[in-house]
Design a protein around this ligand. Structure first.
Ligand code: FAD
Length: 333
């Protein structure tokens, strides 16, 4: 199913969330992740799940395998990430065809970065290329998917509340520098925007305000899904925020520094921090249902705790009734 169709079916003031996974390296890793996905999807009921793509197509086979498990075997609405730089048109065509054959209706269209050999575990695909003038920017991929597939795919694009850090152009690290290109991606046919991870809620709010109030009105109603990374460890947090140029606000850092020697305490303070971030974002006026995207790093516990604490669990129908009865019972013993 298309994400946009699922969003249209939610109440205007509803909430939803998505979970992102990357393809494991080994068969054992796949078996473990499949079991985890089964548990997480039945307990938490995300609106959709994301499957990441390795730069230049380096994880093509494994990403498609994981996408098949999610979409076909587990019946989850799946959004497959697809990059275009250093990819041949033949590979892009093949992936889109396979995605369609698997029943996948959602693609996150990205430029990607040139592959670095030590980052990726599969040998570079023979179909990947050094560069491809046809696909220089994500906007080229969005336009191409629209041209070839019309409205078949719901297309998402990436945005960077604190600016995109580009090796080629490090000074251009500002949301306003990216803005014309985000407009271009949206005009080329993007249906939703998903953001880079952040911990600085004020920076995100300022960014969302820039988009929503933009005179061109292209961002007036498009869903903007904030990207959040649950805190799995102090080291991972420091590393990923450095790589993605996400600011750690002083109050967040103080709370974590106080417990940084204790892995368990870091996780639990991390759950508190993410719960606070979601709570703050939920207080904002939203154009339609309010979504949250979680970078899970393929881990289960902390993500599950955040989703439960923030009461984001999806499709509550019957379950809500049971919970309500339980609450009434405890209130009147
Ligand atoms: P673009 O939108 O093309 O922008 C890239 C840069 O170029 C920006 O700085 C922009 O300002 C600039 N730019 C764009 N168009 C032009 C133009 N016409 N002229 C001059 N400058 C221009 N990477 C992966 O490899 N696999 C994944 O699965 C993956 N998933 C992601 C999911 C999310 C939600 C996000 C936020 C990022 C993800 N990435 C992933 C990372 C992404 O591929 C990199 O950040 C990449 O460097 C930029 O991709 P983009 O789609 O934002 O590129």
């Amino acid at each position: 199913e298309k994400i946009t169709d699922k969003l249209a079916a939610l109440p205007q003031d509803g909430t939803y969330f998505s979970l992102e996974f990357f393809p494991p390296k080994t068969a054992m890793g796949f078996a473990n992740l499949q079991a985890r996905l089964e548990r997480m999807s039945s307990a938490l009921r995300p609106l959709f799940v994301n499957v990441t793509w390795g730069a230049g197509g380096s994880t093509a086979t494994k990403s498609l395998e994981l996408a098949e498990i999610c979409q076909r075997q587990l019946g989850l609405t799946t959004c497959l990430h697809l990059t275009c730089t250093n990819m041949s048109r033949a590979l892009i065509d093949e992936v889109l065809e396979q995605a369609r054959a698997l029943g996948i209706r959602n693609i996150l269209a990205l430029r990607g970065d040139p592959p670095r050999s030590d980052d990726y575990w599969e040998k570079d695909s023979p179909l990947s290329v050094d560069s491809n003038a046809e696909f220089t920017w994500a906007a080229d991929l969005v336009a191409y998917i629209r041209k070839v597939y019309g409205d078949y795919f719901c297309i998402g694009v990436a945005a960077y509340p604190e600016g995109h850090s580009d090796q080629a152009n490090p000074e251009a690290q500002s949301p306003t520098f990216d803005l014309p290109y985000l407009i271009e991606k949206t005009k080329a046919g993007a249906d939703f925007i998903m953001t880079q991870l952040f911990f600085d809620v004020k920076a995100y709010e300022a960014f969302e305000d820039i988009l929503r109030n933009h005179p061109s009105e292209v961002f007036k109603t498009i869903p903007i899904i904030p990207g959040l990374m649950p805190i799995q460890s102090y080291q991972i947090l420091r590393r990923t925020t450095k790589l993605s140029h996400a600011t750690l606000p002083p109050d967040v850092l103080t709370r974590l520094d106080a417990v940084k020697g204790d892995d368990g305490a870091v996780k639990s303070v991390g759950v508190d921090i993410l719960t606070d971030i979601v709570g703050t974002l939920q207080k904002r006026p939203s154009k339609g249902p309010q979504g949250f995207h979680f970078y899970t790093l393929n881990l289960e516990k902390v993500v599950s705790q955040i989703v439960e604490r923030c009461m984001l669990i999806g499709n509550i129908g019957e379950l809500a009734d049971e919970v309500a009865i339980e609450i009434v019972d405890t209130a009147n013993p």
